[in-house]
Design a protein around this ligand. Sequence first.
Ligand code: ADP
Length: 565
Amino acid sequence: MKLKKRNLLGGFNRFRLMLTLGLAVLLPAAALIFINFSQLRAFERDKLLEAEIHRDFQERLALTEKKMNKKAYAMVDDARQMFPSPDSDAAEKEDKLDVILTKNPWLAHIFLFDENDAVVRSQTGTLSDKTIRDENERILEGYHSWFPHEGKSTVENLHKKPQQILFSNMRTKRADAPAYLAIAYFVLPDVASGRPVMGGVCFDPCYLQQTFFPGMIEEQVNQTPAEAGGNRLAMMIYPTDSDEHEIKPMAASTGWGSGNPEVMRKMDDVFRGLTLGIKYQGTSVEALAQTWVHRSLLLLGFLSLLMIGGLVLTKRVVSKEMAVARLKSDFVSNVSHELRTPLALIRLYAETLELGRITTPEKKQQYYRIIRKESERLTALINNILDFSRIEAGHKEYEFRDTDIADLVHNTLDSYRYQIEQQGFEFEESIDTSLPVVRVDREAIARALVNLVNNALKYSTDEKFLGVKLYRDNGAVKLEVADHGIGISRRDQSKIFEKFYRAGDSLVHNTKGSGLGLSLVRHITEAHGGEIAVESTPGSGSKFILSLPLAAAGPRGSVSGTVQL
Ligand code: ADP
């Protein structure tokens, strides 16, 4: 039955070890592998996402260009419908063209070419500006240089186009800054296709830059809702031949900030020579990807830390188990030694007495005393071992009874008084006899006291002093056992209550012991709802303070429990 229990306990320890190993190492390792694996997939997904964002950007730019073209075509077509007949006289043509200019302030110039002449008109009052005058003259020069030869074929081609409008552009200046002049050529409605008649309008560069482009871009950006991540789009337009390291926007949506676009689209058709650009406001797709990578790294770092923590924990558990195993083997050799020594002494003295060699009564008395003392030591040791094994197996039971604790302590000390004095100890006993009745297990409390007193005797060398105090302290009864012995280092103080633990001091190892006494004392104290503390300075002594609560000094009936490590 006992063996079975022990196996069960051993099995439980192994199970605990496996559980710790599993939780502390395997779990984080598995999580790490899993995260790594999904990270790889996430990387691929992020790459796809990046490509997707670029594709989406391209589509947005294409749509923006389409909308700009559509609007430009419509505006030009409106003006085209108002054009005078090529057959009206020069003055009438000029008047009608001027009316169109007035009605459409977005125009810079307007012109009408036919087989006989060309009329080029500019917005009233603007011809005082030399650049604008130059533009006007260049249009007229154009008429003279190419229209007579190519006008007819150009007009024929225009007739074949669905919108009958063709766009071209010219680099110019406005207020000393480079500007973009868009020119639209078209055939006039109701003019026979064989006849070389062509009309045209020029978009005012300032209108394009300040009104048309910003308006169109802004509209597009605003139509796109902010993405899930809260990133908003920004768009701009710039001359295609700009220095790519220093792209200066001709027009941009609010929130463009600075920097180059993420995706560009060279415009064709209407605004050839200009490029549209798009990006996220304040961030780039690369930066976003960086954030994803950072997040992954952080996660990996965290998991690695978890794993290191697991390893450290496992190492601690394993070394603790190993230490207990080592202590157990020390215990076996200590205990066998401790059993053998008193037994050998008892046998030796008993044999000597039996042989009748001792004649003086004093000598006989001395031998009897030694036999009694050694058998008492044996009993104490065996009691400790039995108690310990009961506690380990969970069978230890306490019998709590109303007790005069002062009496109990005094009587227990009485049986030791002689031994204490024999060993040359100065003994100081201070017991408060007016203490109330306390419910305790008498045998257990006596054993705890005996263990503490025995230790005080064992671990004192030069200065032999033993002090036992029993007093009331607030709601508790305190039992103090003090010595002026070798003391306990701070490091050992927290461990001496563990089973089998013996301090590494060589003085301790020269003293017999099993490492069970204090673990029993702690168990007994805790079973009474109390606590045990130690105050000690190496070299000058120790004081053990066992305190038992007065009110709830031990539950009624009996309890059982196990020593906690
Ligand atoms: P042991 O059988 O070794 O005395 P205990 O559990 O009673 O086992 O004590 C554990 C250890 O605590 C001892 O080995 C010793 O190192 C230390 N110790 C206990 N009491 C004292 C004391 N009064 N003075 C110095 N060291 C002590």
